[in-house]
Write a protein that binds this ligand. Structure first.
Ligand code: ZN
Length: 115
């Protein structure tokens, strides 16, 4: 079984793009092209996304608090590029979990009902 197989019908009906957009357990998921039922990235993906988001947020806070202190040290680039670093971290927070979803983790049946 590949990670692109539907958890309902077992058909390989997902690809990296549709899988990246299926979201995690807390999202409505993506409809399987074969059986019409919805699938999401499972527990491992959800935990990874949470942990990664927390790390990114922590880094943003650390950069915010410490950037001014780096002036005059070899790390003064942190102060100079503080905004760029934070934008980069925010981008990573959105991109990395999607990439991870696209290429890792198994699909699981969606639990949230589409309303
Ligand atoms: Zn299916």
């Amino acid at each position: 079984m590949s990670i692109y197989n539907c958890p309902h019908c077992g058909e390989k009906s997902f690809n990296p793009w549709t899988k990246a957009n299926a979201g995690q357990l807390n999202s409505p998921g993506k409809v399987c092209q074969k059986c019409g039922r919805r699938a999401v990235n499972g527990k491992a993906a959800t935990i990874f996304n949470m942990v990664f988001s927390i790390i990114c947020f922590a880094l943003i806070v650390v950069v915010y608090l410490n950037a001014p202190k780096t002036a005059g040290t070899p790390y003064s680039w942190i102060d100079t590029f503080e905004i760029e670093i934070n934008i980069g971290l925010i981008l990573l927070k959105f991109l990395v979990p999607r990439l991870a979803n696209a290429f890792f983790f198994k699909l699981e049946p969606a639990i949230i009902k589409n309303t």
